[in-house]
Design a protein around this ligand. Structure first.
Ligand code: SF4
Length: 209
């Protein structure tokens, strides 16, 4: 998919925004942030996790994937690309010529909720400053949210994922393009939606410089 200037204007995204990343960087390093997350006890998820996982990827990643929560495999391995979900995610990235090394992957909450329940609103709120700082540090060209909860909180929207998918939103004052998509865990059980997820990934690829 190619976005013309007209399309970008319509979306409120300038070509300059897509091609130039702001030079100012927050003083906190990703490593220090990771250490804060590892020792964090801000919410009750700290009582049941094996370990907190800040994110997987490097500071210069061009785009960010934001999921909802670490699953049990992630919790055990301290790696978001572990387990069946990680394998599927790796295949999805490969489908657009990307690898886990090209992205920064993180989640709304950094600790695995026991029984894989969805995180509560207060847990997401407590963890949000970490995600905000990660976005500020990495300054991605594009953000893709994975799952309805991630879309809802990143976009501050009450709309369903079905309503949000297929559109490009922006995040923050830097108006980073945000593309909502499905959670890989959902796609494992609903493979018929993989085609739509691939279209979402093509939208990301079209926005990367
Ligand atoms: S989920 Fe976030 S806020 Fe809660 S303990 Fe883990 S790192 Fe801290």
């Amino acid at each position: 998919m190619t976005f013309t200037r007209t399309t970008l204007d319509h979306l409120g995204i300038s070509e300059w925004q897509l091609r130039h990343r702001p030079s100012e960087k927050p003083s906190l390093s990703l490593e220090k942030l990771n250490q804060q997350v590892i020792h964090c006890q801000r919410c009750q998820l700290s009582h049941t996790r094996k370990q907190a996982i800040a994110g997987t990827g490097h500071l210069k990643a061009k785009w960010m994937l934001i999921g909802e929560q670490p699953d049990a495999h992630d919790d055990a391995s301290k790696n978001y690309f572990s387990g069946p979900v990680g394998v599927l995610l790796t295949k999805m990235l490969a489908a657009i010529g990307q690898t886990p090394n090209d992205v920064y992957l993180t989640t709304l909450v950094k600790c695995h909720p026991i029984d894989n329940r969805h995180p509560f609103s207060n847990e997401i709120a407590e963890c949000w400053p970490y995600l905000q700082q990660q976005i500020d540090l990495i300054q991605p060209q594009v953000i893709m949210t994975l799952g309805p909860l991630a879309a809802k909180h990143v976009l501050r929207s009450t709309a369903s994922l079905a309503e949000l998918r297929g559109q490009i939103f922006t995040f923050g004052t830097k108006r980073i393009p945000v593309i909502p998509s499905y959670a890989p865990a959902y796609l494992l059980h609903n493979p018929s939606d993989k085609r739509a997820a691939f279209q979402d990934l093509l939208q990301v690829k079209a926005l990367l410089t």
